[in-house]
Design a protein around this ligand. Structure first.
Ligand SMILES: Nc1ncnc2c1ncn2[C@@H]1O[C@H](COP(=O)(O)OP(=O)(O)O)[C@@H](O)[C@H]1O
Ligand SMILES: [Mg+2]
Length: 292
């Protein structure tokens, strides 16, 4: 099987002006993760970095749910941090209120602060690696740069100053698969899951590995899967080995990816996918692909 092309068709484009559609009215909130909120116009997205307090609030919630996880795995498997929901947003706002009331010096001593520092470090490293190895390839959406402009966004804070935009994907991979499954197009679901594995392999052959490979961090453009979130990228074998050790203990990768309910009626597809995942996401295969 041949993987997605890694040919560089262009370096990051520098534009004289921001794409006009970014200025044509408030941009709606399209998605969010731990570190960013993403707003969209028809063809482009722009990102707002969350403040440290905002991220800290999410980490505190995440840790609380992880505490519950050992008791109630089914609840935690469906925890919507990566499937952002209204309720989580309210919970985050409430927690953020508490976070901002407590003194920084107290937070410095907590595990949540350690997690926040690690998150920032990993996210900077990932972005640097993406710039070095992935930008301008078919593995990621295109990014353009332009002189800073102020754009209107729906909801708080109402506006944002941006100097780069990223090609908007048709859907993140989780949403895309859900839609296909709803229409009973399970052969397509399987095809896209294979494409995800191929993309991962191709990434490894470029010397990058994502330790944050959940389905909302990938998107769909035409017949390609692309990586949306550079935050989890690493080239350090210590990180990779830690992640692969975790993978070794996962019995049903499709459940960890949140595909349990979707593939309930198609255990055959789940079974084939899990076998392929196991064959692919392991130290031997990653080392085989790794450059040098
Ligand atoms: N280019 C894009 N097109 C469409 N949606 C996107 C794009 N980039 C990100 N998103 C959506 O926004 C979410 C958050 O973006 P991401 O970069 O993953 O932020 P974080 O680092 O906070 O996880 C993604 O999971 C995805 O659903
Ligand atoms: Mg993400």
């Amino acid at each position: 099987m041949t993987g997605p092309s890694t040919a560089r068709d262009s370096r990051r484009q520098l534009l004289a002006h921001a794409p006009p559609e970014l200025l044509a009215g408030p941009l709606h909130r399209l998605g969010e993760g731990i570190g960013k909120i993403v707003y969209a116009s028809p063809h482009w997205v722009v990102k707002r970095e969350r403040s440290p307090n905002e991220i800290m609030a999410l980490i505190v919630i995440w840790k609380a749910v992880r505490g519950v996880q050992s008791v109630l795995p089914a609840v935690a498997a469906r925890f919507p941090l990566q499937h952002a929901s209204h309720r989580i947003r309210l919970l985050r706002l409430a927690t953020q209120g508490v976070v901002s009331l407590l003194p920084r010096t107290w937070w410095y001593t907590t595990h949540a602060w350690e997690v926040l520092k690690q998150y920032h470090r990993a996210s900077r490293r990932g972005e640097r690696l993406a710039e070095l190895h992935l930008e301008g390839t078919m593995l990621v959406p295109e990014t353009v740069e332009f002189p800073p402009v102020r754009v209107q966004v729906s909801g708080w804070p109402g506006h944002l100053t941006v100097s780069e935009a990223t090609e908007r994907v048709e859907a993140d991979l989780f949403r895309h698969l859900s839609r296909l499954a709803r229409h009973g197009l399970f052969e397509e679901v399987e095809l896209w899951l294979n494409r995800l594995l191929e993309l991962r392999r191709t990434g490894w052959s470029q010397g990058v590995f994502s330790v944050d490979s959940h389905l909302k961090n990938y998107g769909v453009i035409g017949n390609r899967v692309v990586l949306l979130d550079a935050g989890g990228l690493t080239n350090r074998w210590a990180d990779i080995e830690r992640r692969l050790a975790f993978e070794d203990n996962v019995e049903l990768p499709h459940v960890v990816l949140g595909l349990g309910p979707m593939l309930k009626k198609r255990p055959d597809i789940a079974g084939r996918f899990n076998a392929r995942w196991k064959e692919t996401v392991n130290e031997e295969t990653v080392r085989e692909q790794w450059p040098g």
